[in-house]
Write a protein that binds this ligand. Structure first.
Ligand code: ZN
Length: 187
């Protein structure tokens, strides 16, 4: 595959993600467009020297099946079976209660493909960074603490996936822990 083909597919994935997530907002305090999260995850993944094209495409598409009407069959048709498989690995069953969804993420993590593990780590890092920058106004300190703890549990189950992305997750977790400590001191 030529480099131009790879760039074309990345542009195509970005375009699909922007259209699919149109109108959706992040749940952070600033209510950013949801697709900002997708771009942030792709940027984080791209910073790992070990991330290949499939990983980058999966990063751009990682929330499309979970949060929009698009299916893995469509992703397979456009981007191939490998990308569709990684996106499927990253798709949670949103009908399950939150705690059960979390437990399943932890249980599934060690068996995930290297590409899915990289995207998952970047996904968790991105969420913690958004919480540190601007926690949702209606969230109490406890809820942010729980998010941090649960993200750490998933990241621990993903260990060995990618040293760069693990280090970047750790930095975001520490930054959020510092914000929580500061707020704790202030209250
Ligand atoms: Zn995500």
């Amino acid at each position: 595959m030529s480099q131009t083909d790879a760039l074309r597919r990345i542009a195509l994935a970005l375009d699909l993600a922007v259209r699919a997530h149109e109108g959706q907002r992040r749940r952070d305090g600033r209510r950013e467009p949801f697709v900002n999260h997708v771009a942030d995850v792709a940027r984080r993944v791209s910073e790992s020297p070990e991330a290949d094209e499939v990983t980058l495409l999966a990063a751009l598409l990682h929330d499309v099946v979970e949060k929009t009407p698009h299916g893995t069959d469509e992703i397979e048709r456009i981007f191939g079976a490998e990308v569709a498989q990684v996106v499927a690995e990253l798709t949670d069953d949103e009908t399950l209660p939150r705690r059960q969804r979390h437990r399943e993420q932890v249980a599934r993590a060690p068996g995930m493909s290297p590409a899915a593990r990289r995207v998952k780590l970047a996904d968790k890092a991105s969420k913690l960074a958004a919480l540190a920058a601007s926690p949702p106004r209606w969230w109490g300190q406890r809820k942010v603490e729980r998010e941090l703890r649960e993200a750490g549990e998933v990241a621990a189950a993903l260990r060995g996936a990618d040293p760069n992305l693990e280090a970047s997750f750790d930095r975001e977790a520490e930054a959020l822990a510092r914000v929580l400590e500061r707020n704790h001191g202030a209250s």
